[in-house]
Design a protein. Structure first.
Length: 198
């Protein structure tokens, strides 16, 4: 931004004021005061340009820091919304589980009989898990929140109930290969762990 026209205009106004004051009061004001206070108008112009040049990078850095702060706040808000919404959905799915299957979702010696109702509840649960997995692997869900959920998720996916239901539901997740691989990896780990503890 060129400030020279503004400086020149200010100097002209000072000249007019000095001329009028010297005619009225018989003394010098205006430009001579401007010169004594700020120096030569050329120097004022250079100082203003330097000040503007120094302020530009500072404002860019402050704008960038403000943008980073806004992004971080947005991510925290999204994680808070997810933290509130997903447990609510999980509770809704649990409410639909057949009563004899509810305890078997973690581990059970005796499994409830297969049924369409049970299979649908397991599918809804796995869909919820696949969404959480997707959000985590794509950076939308914080790692700390994922670690809280993953412990229970692994226990349920590795349970005998879900291992029994998985083969009939596997095709539902062919379009989400990463999650499919995750489920099968967790189930394989639990099969090995159960075999060594038996």
């Amino acid at each position: 931004m060129d400030v020279a026209p503004y400086v020149q205009l200010y100097v002209r106004i000072a000249d007019v004021q000095e001329h009028e004051a010297s005619q009225r009061f018989g003394r010098s004001t205006g430009r001579s005061r401007l010169m004594s206070r700020f120096g030569d108008p050329g120097e004022v112009h250079i100082m203003l340009q330097l000040a503007i040049q120094a302020a530009t990078p500072v404002s860019v850095v402050l704008g960038f820091l403000g943008l980073i702060n806004t992004i971080n706040k947005y991510r925290r808000q999204m994680n808070a919304q997810i933290l509130m919404k997903y447990p609510e959905r999980y509770e809704h799915i649990l409410d639909q589980f057949p009563e004899d299957a509810l305890a078997a979702r973690f581990d059970a010696k005796v499994l409830p009989p297969p049924s369409a109702e049970l299979r649908l509840c397991v599918l809804k649960y796995l869909n919820l898990c696949s969404e959480e997995y997707y959000l985590t692997t794509h950076g939308y869900l914080s790692e700390s929140l994922w670690r809280i959920w993953e412990r229970d998720l692994k226990r349920i996916i590795g349970s005998p109930l879900l291992q029994r239901e998985w083969p009939s539901l596997r095709t539902e997740f062919l379009s989400h290969q990463d999650f499919l691989d995750y489920v099968e990896r967790v189930q394989a780990e639990y099969k090995i762990s159960n075999a060594t503890h038996a």
